[in-house]
Ligand binder design. Structure first.
Ligand SMILES: [Zn+2]
Length: 450
């Protein structure tokens, strides 16, 4: 008997936790944290206490109380007794927070299967972020097309195009037939060929079920979305038509987007200025030759921005060891101020205070290359615009989504023809029913047998 139980990604975008059981095999696909998790109870400095492990999370039902899943120390102050692990594996589709972040609570004996690139991303996060620690794990890396046997199951990861490298869908060959899990995917990025390959392979399996993401399964799409190629073309126009500095805010781990701006800068005879975190990440990702990214230490088009720290004089000892590595590529606010027209600069919202030192010339350009805000009352969005107004920066919204739109999702389902569809990672499960007849809407914690 094969069954599916959903402990996350139910009626919301992200936080996927899918349990698949087949006879004795019990495997999770993704173990992420919902973007809104705990928002009703925790805010700002009021956050779950680390010392209480999972206790504060269980209080509000934020993670499932399952025996044999979590690390002993996480359960110390809870009413869930620690027992030896009774789950065989966790597979991660890609390194986004909403798919991986809760692996930190898992029993370290449970193997975590992930793409080679995903592991590099997780390690870079742990190195450069103080809040990120996944602990000692039994990681097992895979590549596309591998066939991984877990009990009676065979799991086949197949690469897909998404807004972060190392994204996979899974073909899960069970005793009742193949179950397809899409992970997150799109078909308008530079690697749409990978999504095509996934589609074909999934179709060939004549799947009994498909767990299908539905981020953009919406009645009317209000936000503007381009393809990655359009983002590159339009931002190229912004850069080529100004003699002033161009700032860019983007998702820090979207390497397709980085490559777009890298090329725009290079084609316009400008250097790209990146943060230390991006430099570290690139330094790790060049290990993966498939990704074809510039080496921050060797590439002449890349400069690394050092903020003032401690002494305020850019001395080596002011910085962490991992930060010191890029001192040969250093630029400071003074350099940026003097060379504005020769640069495209990554500038994350949380680093906006650097603008005070850089003093950009009035009429400089700012490209917001992220999703538009979800609500009109978005405070960060208001603050961002206050800063842009203050420094007289011209705003551009240029973004490509990481997800298939509604028509493409319907096309995917029609092509693969699964016997049943389980919508996940969506706020609109019901919309799937408008175009497909065999949709099983999901509820948190309910077990569905195939
Ligand atoms: Zn996601």
């Amino acid at each position: 008997m094969v069954s599916l139980t959903f402990y996350g990604g139910v009626d919301e975008i992200g936080g996927n936790k899918v349990l698949l059981e087949d006879n004795d095999a019990r495997v999770f696909f993704d173990f992420g944290q919902s973007f809104t998790m705990g928002g009703d109870f925790f805010t700002g400095w009021l956050s779950p206490r680390r010392i209480n492990g999972l206790g504060d999370y269980f209080e509000f039902g934020l993670l499932p109380k399952l025996k044999g899943l979590y690390a002993e120390k996480q359960l110390r102050f809870t009413d869930v007794p620690f027992v030896e692990p009774s789950f065989d594996a966790v597979f991660l589709s890609h390194p986004h927070f909403d798919h991986v972040n809760h692996i930190q609570f898992l029993d370290p004996e449970i193997p975590v299967y992930l793409g080679e690139g995903t592991k590099l991303f997780l390690e870079a996060m742990e190195k450069t972020s103080s809040f990120c620690n996944y602990g000692e794990r039994r990681y097992r890396t895979f590549r596309t097309g591998d066939k991984i046997k877990v009990g009676d199951l065979v799991v086949e990861p197949v690469h897909v195009d998404h807004s972060i490298p190392a994204a996979y869908g899974f073909l899960i060959h069970t005793s009742e037939g193949t179950v397809v899990y899409t992970g997150d995917l799109r078909a308008h990025g530079p690697r749409r060929d990978m999504t095509e390959e996934f589609k074909d392979k999934a179709c060939e399996c004549e799947p009994v079920a498909m767990i299908c993401e539905g981020t953009r399964m919406v009645e009317v799409e209000r936000r503007k979305n381009y393809s990655e190629q359009q983002v590159r073309t339009l931002s190229g126009k912004v850069v080529s038509s100004t003699s002033k500095i161009v700032f860019v805010t983007r998702y820090s781990r979207d390497m397709d987007r980085f490559r777009s701006f890298y090329n725009v800068a290079k084609n316009n005879g400008r250097k790209i200025v990146i943060s230390l975190k991006t430099a570290h990440l690139l330094g790790r990702l060049v290990e993966d030759k498939h990704l074809d990214l510039p080496d921050p230490l060797k590439d002449e088009n890349v400069r690394v921005y050092y903020k003032r720290k401690r002494s305020g004089e850019f001395k080596e000892k002011d910085y962490y060891n991992w930060e010191r590595e890029f001192m040969d590529k250093i630029v400071t606010y003074e350099f940026v101020r003097k060379n504005q027209g020769k640069l495209v600069m990554d500038l994350d919202f949380y680093q906006f205070a650097e603008l005070i030192d850089i003093k950009p010339n009035s009429g400089s350009q700012f490209i917001h290359s992220m999703s538009e805000p979800y609500s009109e009352e978005d405070i960060e969005d208001q603050v961002m615009h206050n800063w842009l107004d203050h420094f007289k920066l011209q705003f551009h919204q240029l973004h490509a989504s990481g997800h298939l739109n509604r028509d493409q999702l319907t096309g995917l389902i029609d092509y693969i023809k699964p016997k049943r569809i389980f919508p996940i990672h969506t706020e609109n499960q019901q919309l799937f029913k408008k175009t497909s007849s065999n949709v099983q809407t999901i509820r948190y914690g309910t077990e569905y047998t195939l």
